[in-house]
Design a protein around this ligand. Structure first.
Ligand code: TRP
Ligand code: ZN
Length: 864
């Protein structure tokens, strides 16, 4: 490895040396020689006569201070330091950059012919020399000059001027009246189709809405537009927040490292998170688009109007904004299903991160590469921490806290402490102990022991909390613990403690707490941590019968699903030991019977039912084991699915037929399709002629949810017809890369000895491109995540495939490489043989001479 990248620490935070009064940027666009002129007025904040600016991969063309050429400066590969400066001065810097060769997709780059920028977290320094840190806010005026073949020349704020220039060029000037940090700057230039609409705010202001998409994609834009309008309305109603500019633009681009970016007034989106029609997008995609459009819109207040003091505070905007987008989705759709989604993400990904070498608090205190901290911990666990505050304060106090937060900090760059202080001051609820959630690392666990005393009519619940072993905070947290007690009939019992009726949420603040529920006349079944009221692991000895009782009766949909998950996990533990002793694997008949009853009754939300009867994923089940029993798990999952398929065959058929969907997008139709697909998935495993017919008719329908459902079912059941079906899909959809991503993802889950070779072959498919993060995630990401059988092959070929890709991606796109390495981070959770194989891939990366900071940070942590 080369010189070790340096870490930055939260404790070393220093206020900026200068303030920037205003910034004028001019871009003269050219694929390999874009000229950027940055004119800014700097003001020393204390007695500073030198100024150090950030700048990476820049060619410095000229530098002037107060209009005169200036040469009292020194530069390194990442900084430019000017000396002997007056207190106040105007700085003009011209730099040259090359968007075309920028494959890292950070800074200014070309995405399929269009120019676009990505500045968060530290990409602005790849455009010009600047104080590229979130606590330096200023007003931007931006002029974009480009070929007339690119009609749209966009930047943040309002358009203030435009005109034509010589040589087939033209320009547009934008002014953003709101002060912002550099990470919220954006520029886009290209030739797009535009979907226009408007929104009238609560106070009666008209906001112009424009969605820019690649030519020919207008028919896929309406859903994102509708989502935007819903988000604007919802934020007014629930959070009392109104949009502030006269225009809101969203641009969809094909090359993008993440989902989307909240640049002020000019969001840039991964096209996968915008484009949808029923032929090309699944119901899931529709849901994802709605939530991401919402997420970026909500950032306008939580992130843009009030931003982060430094990047360690990222959760200030991300945790809060994820909480807001989850609430948006829940208010518009099904609260139960949205909660299930959120918890699945926590269990499958966040718990794994928290248990691995990259574990960090939601407010990290040490960072090498900031891009590595856009994590499920900062985002999703961060949102759970906000949700706990919401639970502790209640909606009213929480909204009072939000209001106070904006009163105090609008226009500022602040810290997580500032947010909690606003919540505490507005609600008068002491959050001192609660704040430990910002520092603690790893998933805390709760051990619950219960006993029933018939004579005293008491049910006693003793809860012990334990911090993770690697948590630097070894003291009790403030945990809201929601509980429900069900009697034999499934009725929720009133919770009476010390003679008084209490609410569902118990405040755990001590290492051990005993709660005595009174007036309980029969031993109840306890629903623990209802709705996942805290991001913790609960250890409690449930009997299968109790879980079945909860599945049938709990008042919360989430809790019913959770009990089914627990039941599967319980059964899985037995199955794994059966497998290891060479005995046949069994799934309890009682559980199958329960599912049978639920399917026959078909009460409530059908999509919930679809989730309930699904065997949890490999990754989810794996978390239940100290060491992941790869073969036993794969085998047991397959056996469980077969047991459900054969045990419920006629019920599944009846359900499939009874689920009528009208091809629309309303919740009922979406739910019906979800349940249909789950039924078909099982039915394909013991397919008769009728099932083949159903598969064929869904596969050839014009609804992508149904088409994919059928394909997935056939592939998973390894039906002979699936290979022809896949080929047909390929020739039908080659013109649409986003649809082809679904095909690549399916290809990645194929089994069989030549599965690995098959994936290497797909690298030369005309639609594949290692420079496009969507393609890489679709093929290799799905392989590593959704094909445990092949990825964890004992011959190491699966690991080698990912290792090979990472070596290449390191040079093309370090950010993407760093996301793709995730499966290797949990290498210590596997058996010795697999540990060795994964470790050698990590060592191979560690030995590279040009390893990026992004991969260095992870590889180093994984191996230490
Ligand atoms: N702020 C963006 C969001 O959460 C995240 C993001 C988009 C991002 N693109 C990025 C983060 C590139 C790091 C790098 O909505
Ligand atoms: Zn965000």
């Amino acid at each position: 490895m080369q010189t070790k990248p340096q870490a930055k620490y939260l404790k070393d935070y220093k206020a900026p040396s200068h303030q920037v009064e205003q910034l004028e940027l001019t871009f003269d666009l050219h694929p390999t020689q874009t000229m950027v002129t940055a004119k800014a007025k700097y003001l020393a904040l204390e007695a500073h006569n030198s100024l150090t600016l950030d700048g990476v991969d820049l060619k410095l063309v000229s530098l002037k201070v107060d209009g005169k050429a200036f040469d009292d400066y020194q530069s390194t590969s990442t900084t430019l330091t000017l000396s002997s400066l007056p207190n106040e001065f105007e700085l003009e810097i011209v730099t040259e950059i090359s968007p075309q060769t920028n494959t890292a997709l950070e800074g200014l780059y070309l995405s399929g012919g269009a120019y676009c920028t990505q500045c968060e977290a530290e990409g602005f320094r790849k455009i010009t020399y600047f104080l590229d840190r979130p606590d330096v806010l200023t007003v931007y005026t931006v002029t974009v000059i480009g070929d007339r073949a690119m009609p749209s020349l966009l930047s943040n704020g309002n358009k203030v001027a435009q005109g034509t220039l010589e040589g087939g060029r033209h320009y547009t000037t934008w002014h953003d009246p709101f002060k912002k940090p550099s990470y919220l700057f954006a520029l886009v230039a290209g030739d797009f189709d535009e979907l226009k609409d408007e929104f009238i705010t609560r106070s009666g202001r008209k906001v112009e809405l424009v969605l820019f998409v690649d030519k020919g994609n207008l028919s896929k834009a309406p859903h994102a537009m509708a989502s935007l309008k819903n988000a604007m309305k919802w934020d007014e109603e629930r959070f009392n927040l109104e949009y502030d500019l006269d225009i809101y633009m969203i641009v969809a681009v094909d090359f993008f490292n993440m989902g989307a970016m909240e640049n002020k007034g000019l969001n840039v989106f991964n096209s996968a998170c915008v484009l949808a029609n029923q032929q090309t997008a699944t119901d899931r995609d529709y849901h994802t688009i709605e939530s991401i459009v919402g997420h970026e819109y909500f950032h306008n207040w939580t992130g843009n109007r009030v931003t982060c003091r430094d990047w360690f505070q990222l959760s200030l905007k991300e945790g809060l904004t994820v909480f807001r987008d989850q609430e948006f989705s829940s208010d518009l759709g099904s609260r139960g299903l949205n909660r299930i989604d959120a918890v699945m993400a926590m269990r499958m990904h966040q718990f794994a991160e928290d248990a691995g070498p990259m574990a960090h608090p939601i407010r990290p205190n040490k960072v090498i590469e900031m891009n590595n901290f856009y994590t499920v911990t900062v985002y999703n666990k961060g949102a759970e921490v906000i949700r706990m505050m919401h639970t502790l304060l209640g909606e009213q106090n929480f909204q009072k806290g939000m209001q106070l937060y904006f009163e105090r900090h609008d226009g500022q760059a602040v810290t997580c402490d500032d947010f909690v202080a606003a919540m505490q001051d507005a609600s008068k609820i002491d959050l001192t102990q609660f704040k430990l959630w910002y520092e603690q690392v790893g998933t805390p666990s709760l051990k619950v022991v219960t006993s029933f005393d018939a004579e005293l009519s008491q049910y006693v619940c003793t809860i012990t909390q334990q911090n993770a072993k690697h948590d630097p905070i070894q003291s009790p947290l403030h945990i809201p613990f929601a509980i429900e007690l069900l009697d034999k009939e499934g009725q929720a019992l009133p919770l009476i403690v010390n003679g008084e009726r209490i609410s569902k949420v118990i405040n755990l603040t001590e290492e051990e707490q005993t709660i005595t529920f009174e007036q309980i006349n029969e031993c109840p079944v306890a629903v623990l941590l209802e709705d996942f009221s805290a991001p913790v692991i609960v250890n409690y000895d449930y009997q299968l019968g109790e879980l079945i009782h909860i599945i049938a009766h709990a008042s919360s949909d989430y809790a019913r699903w959770e009990a089914a998950q627990q039941a599967f996990t319980l059964q899985m533990r037995e199955a794994v030991s059966q497998f290891e002793q060479g005995q046949p694997i069994r799934l309890s008949y009682a559980l199958i019977e329960t599912f049978d009853k639920l399917l026959r009754e078909r009460k409530g939300d059908l999509a919930l039912l679809a989730e309930l009867i699904r065997v949890p994923s490999f990754d989810t089940l794996a978390t239940a084991f100290e060491q992941v029993p790869v073969e036993a798990l794969n085998e047991s999952i397959a056996e469980f699915e077969l047991a459900i398929a054969s045990g419920l065959r006629s019920t599944l058929k009846d359900t499939f037929t009874a689920c009528v969907e009208n091809g629309e997008l309303d919740h009922e139709a979406v739910s019906a399709r979800a349940l249909k697909n789950t039924c078909l998935y099982y039915l394909a495993k013991c397919a008769d002629e009728q099932v083949h017919e159903w598969l064929e008719s869904q596969r050839t329908s014009d609804n992508m949810t149904l088409v994919l459902g059928a394909l997935k079912a056939s592939l998973s059941a390894q039906l002979a017809s699936s290979s022809a079906a896949m080929n047909e899909f390929d020739s039908h959809w080659r013109h649409d890369l986003l649809v082809m991503d679904k095909w690549f993802a399916l290809q990645a889950t194929q089994k069989g000895d030549d599965a690995i070779k098959h994936i290497y072959d797909l690298y030369s498919h005309p639609c594949f491109d290692k420079g496009n993060p969507n393609r890489v995630r679709a093929l290799v990401g799905s392989f590593a995540r959704n094909n445990p059988e092949q990825f964890h092959r004992v011959d190491g070929k699966g690991y080698e495939l990912l290792g090979d890709l990472l070596v290449e991606l390191n040079a093309i796109n370090p950010q993407n490489a760093s996301r793709m390495i995730t499966p290797f981070m949990s290498w210590k959770r596997f058996d010795a043989k697999r540990q060795q194989l994964m470790k050698s891939q990590l060592q191979r990366l560690a030995a590279m001479s040009d390893l990026s900071d992004d991969l260095y940070e992870k590889v180093e942590k994984a191996l230490s």
